[in-house]
Structure formats: C-alpha cells, structure tokens
Design a protein around this ligand. Structure first.
Ligand SMILES: NC(=O)c1ccc[n+]([C@@H]2O[C@H](COP(=O)([O-])OP(=O)(O)OC[C@H]3O[C@@H](n4cnc5c(N)ncnc54)[C@H](OP(=O)(O)O)[C@@H]3O)[C@@H](O)[C@H]2O)c1
Length: 226
C-alpha cells in the first residue's frame, strides 16, 4: 500500500509516518519547506514533497498512485487553508483511494452532536481570538468538512477529543455523536489518534463515517465498551 501523509511534520503527522512505515507501507509526506528537518529521522525511508498543504500542484504530484491519503486538517491563517487542502486532496487523489481526515469534536456531520456549554463557550472564544489575530480560521475547517461530507470520495473524518502525550494504550473506541456516554472522558493519546487514522485506511466500515474517538483505557470507554 502506498500512502500520502499531508501535514507529515506535525506531532500527529510524525506518529502516522512511523505507524505507516511499521505496517510496511510506502510513505510520501507533504509538509511546509521550513518543517522538512522535523522529518530528518525518516528521510531515507519516505519521499518528501515540501510546500503548503493547500498547494494544488504539489498535492497533485504527491498523491499520484496512492491507495490512501491521511490529511491533518488544520485551520491556520486566514487563507482557506483547511478547505484548500481538503479540495486539493479530493480533486487529485486516485478515485478509489481511501481519504482519512483529522479534525476535532467541534465538527458535526449531521447536527446531532450534543455539546456542553463549556465546550461551546471555549470554541466561541477560540474562534473569535483566532480571527482577531488572523491566526486561525475555525469556520474554514467546518467548511472543509462540509465539502468532504458532500463528496463521493471514500472519505472518513476522524474527530479527535482533547489530546495528551504518552505511550500507546491501543486503538481508541468511537461513537457517532458527541454527548454519547462512551465519549465522556474526552481524552485520547495523540499516538492513538494516529493509530486510528492509519487503521481507518483498511477499515471499509468507516467509509462515509465521522467517528468521534476517545482513548480505549479512559473511564468512559471502560464503562461503556461492550
Ligand atoms: N490539539 C488538540 O488538542 C486537538 C484536539 C482534537 C483534534 N485535533 C486535531 O488534530 C489534528 C492535529 O492536531 P495536533 O494538535 O496534533 O497538531 P500537529 O500534529 O502538531 O499538527 C499541526 C499541523 O499544522 C501545521 N501548522 C502549524 N502551524 C502552521 C501554520 N502557521 N501554517 C500552516 N500549517 C501549520 C503543522 O505543520 P508544521 O510541522 O509545518 O508546523 C502540522 O502539520 C488537527 O486536525 C486538529 O484539528 C487536535
């Protein structure tokens, strides 16, 4: 299997690179030019395409021949970065490729998610500050996911809970909607977020799903997993 990791140099991206290599996949990575040194440990084992993840020509080259594309969807700047990245990945990936995108719990596929007042308040403040300082455009990550949900590509949008570092605890559990009791602990190890993204490449049950994930060893997962 050949996979492209878009946003390979970030924390999530590097975990995914390692796990894809561990599975014996051929790996292509896209990351900003200035971040190429962050992939130094992998430089002899992966092909790197330096540049912005919303650069359509670059993505077109990087995804050629890929069976899967793992995209770290981030809303940096006021430049439609997330939607530009998602569009490029969907437009140029081979038609049968599995496309796995990361985002957070704030994304809702069907409007049936139930959020706490604190979550909504924090999201509102983050969105307002992000726009004020022209640093983050959360609305564009929402728009990117709307474009993905409307597409007929073989997509999965993985919605991560709050993240923490630490040793892997195993594949996170997931549920359809925020507010489902199994998700209550709202914590996933970042390395396990990556594990779920990479495993989704070979899990056809996740096609056209937006799983909301939580660590498999968290109290809510242990209490509600059957
Ligand atoms: N952090 C959380 O608590 C959290 C919670 C739930 C879900 N998520 C989701 O998890 C994914 C990754 O989250 P993460 O926190 O683990 O981050 P991460 O892996 O460190 O990824 C951040 C990505 O953003 C890129 N980036 C950083 N600054 C940028 C800029 N100014 N312009 C363009 N690209 C820039 C990084 O590239 P460089 O290497 O080039 O800097 C990297 O690819 C995202 O989809 C996010 O929505 C995060």
């Amino acid at each position: 299997m050949k996979v492209c990791i878009v946003g390979a140099s970030g924390k999530l991206g590097r975990y995914m690179v390692q796990q894809a290599l561990d599975r014996g996949y051929e790996v292509v990575g896209v990351c900003r030019e200035r971040s190429v040194p962050k992939l130094e440990a992998f430089k002899d084992r992966i092909t790197i395409f330096p540049g912005a993840t919303n650069d359509r020509e670059l993505i077109n080259e990087a995804v050629q021949g890929c069976d899967g594309v793992l995209t770290v969807l981030v809303p940096w700047g006021i430049q439609q970065y997330a939607s530009g990245t998602a569009n490029a990945v969907m437009d140029f990936s081979p038609p049968d490729a599995r496309l796995i995108f990361s985002c957070g719990w704030h994304i809702s596929k069907d409007g049936q998610d139930v959020y706490s007042k604190t979550f909504n308040w924090m999201l509102g403040v983050a969105g307002w500050l992000g726009k004020l300082f022209r640093a983050v455009e959360i609305d564009d990550q929402v728009e990117a996911c709307r474009l993905i949900f409307d597409s007929d590509t073989k997509w999965t949008v993985v919605r991560g809970s709050d993240l923490e570092e630490g040793e892997s605890q195993g594949l996170p559990v997931w549920s359809h909607h925020i507010g489902d009791p199994i998700l209550e602990s709202n914590k996933t190890r970042r390395v396990d977020f990556a594990l779920f993204m990479v495993a989704a490449l070979e899990d056809d049950k996740l096609i056209h799903e937006a799983p909301a994930i939580v660590g498999c060893m968290t109290p809510s997962a242990l209490a509600h997993s059957s």
